[in-house]
Design a protein around this ligand. Structure first.
Ligand code: NAD
Length: 346
């Protein structure tokens, strides 16, 4: 079978994770790159020996590709994804898939209409401890869940936000919940959801950005369990913690490290062979993005070969976006916001 050809738009920070995954994976190849900054497009094109473009429309018109990877600023994901779908390409979009439900819905609709696949990159779900934890939940090992806590104590200095004008803006990015901690919001709802309602406070305490650098959210899950999230990008002097703790009737688990990569506590009333895997699942990823892009692509390739269902498709991506928008709505209005959202102001 011939390789799946991937073209990428947005040759910025995260693009390297995609490039390096494609280089390593059998059955996949990078076939073109695009960035509006010519030096970035050219540097990536030269490094990987593929044609480079500064016009996305032109790349879609002339480049040979089966799928397009969208790694542009978050607020542009829907428009870039819709164009790719209309050109008959499968879409792999970086998280978040959009920063409004209208954008997410337009993207899902365009992919459905064109009969192409839509993948939203949520690689943290694939961290080995997260897969073990999800399996323990699915097997009912916790019994009834009482509480869940998620803490993201990371550091993003002002220079990080100043690197690109879209960072920290409401139009193209959002804040700590929408960008840096969006994987964690996703994990909370994937592991424990659906969420019935959410209350939140957010603040811009230290960075010169429009959106929040810090916040806390309190959620009630439909199961009755209570969840708490504490998120900040202001930890001194470096990333301290990205953790999830779940307390149930018959089990307690805490996965910590800087990016839910280390099982710190694993205790259940009943034995399972999975318990033996806990130690080997605690591995340090090279950075807070985790190992997951390459593993993520294995699923993409399997789906495109008709051998698997998507790990996270557009509808899965939309669920965590809805929770983030609920957090923002509560922070803005001071109200307890029921989910699903009926109307979204932002
Ligand atoms: N999965 C993850 O863990 C993870 C990690 C980091 C970033 N991301 C996501 O990836 C996306 C990009 O983040 P980043 O940190 O790489 O940002 P970045 O600013 O470093 O890169 C974005 C690139 O897109 C280019 N661009 C902007 N508009 C364009 C257009 N119209 N056409 C072509 N190129 C255009 C910019 O010139 C820039 O090079 C964001 O949505 C972010 O949330 C995901």
């Amino acid at each position: 079978m011939s390789n799946v050809r991937f073209a990428l738009v947005g040759c910025g920070r995260i693009s390297r994770n995609h490039f390096e995954s494609l280089v390593r994976l059998e059955g996949a190849e990078l076939s073109a790159v695009c960035d509006i900054v010519p030096e970035r497009a050219q540097a990536a094109g030269d490094e990987y020996g593929v044609p480079w473009f500064t016009s996305y429309e032109e790349m879609l018109r002339v480049a040979a590709c089966d799928a397009v990877i969208i790694a542009t600023p978050s607020g542009l994901h829907p428009q870039h994804g819709v164009l790719a779908a209309r050109a008959g390409k499968h879409v792999i979009t970086e998280k978040p898939m959009a920063i409004s439900l209208a954008g997410a819905d337009a993207l899902v609709q365009a992919c459905d209409d064109a009969g192409v696949r839509l993948f939203v990159v949520k690689q943290n779900r694939l961290n080995p401890p997260m897969l073990l934890l999800k399996r323990a939940l699915d097997q009912g090992r916790f019994g009834r869940i009482y509480t869940a806590n998620c803490t993201v104590r990371w550091t993003r200095p002002q220079e990080y936000y100043d690197q690109a004008p879209w960072r920290g803006t409401w139009e193209f990015d959002g804040g700590a919940f929408m960008n840096q901690a969006s994987h964690y919001v996703d994990l909370m709802q994937w592991l424990l959801g659906p969420v019935e309602s959410v209350m939140a406070k957010t603040a811009t305490l230290a960075r010169r950005i429009e959106s929040e650098d810090t916040g806390a959210a309190l959620m009630r899950f439909r199961s009755g369990a209570i969840g708490v999230m504490e998120v900040t990008m202001l930890t001194y002097p470096k990333n301290l913690e990205g953790s999830i703790t779940i307390l149930g009737e018959r089990g307690t688990v805490r996965v910590g490290g800087t990016a839910v990569n280390k099982v710190e506590h694993w205790q259940f009333a009943d034995y399972s062979d999975d318990d033996k895997l806990v130690e080997s699942a605690s591995t340090n990823p090279p950075n807070v993005y985790g190992f997951g892009h390459e593993i993520y692509y294995r699923n993409v390739l399997a789906v495109l070969a008709g051998k698997a269902q998507p790990d996270t498709d557009g509808r899965a991506g939309r669920k965590s976006l809805e929770l983030i928008l609920g957090i923002y709505e509560s922070a803005r209005t001071g109200r307890d916001v029921p989910l699903p959202l009926v109307s979204v102001a932002r």
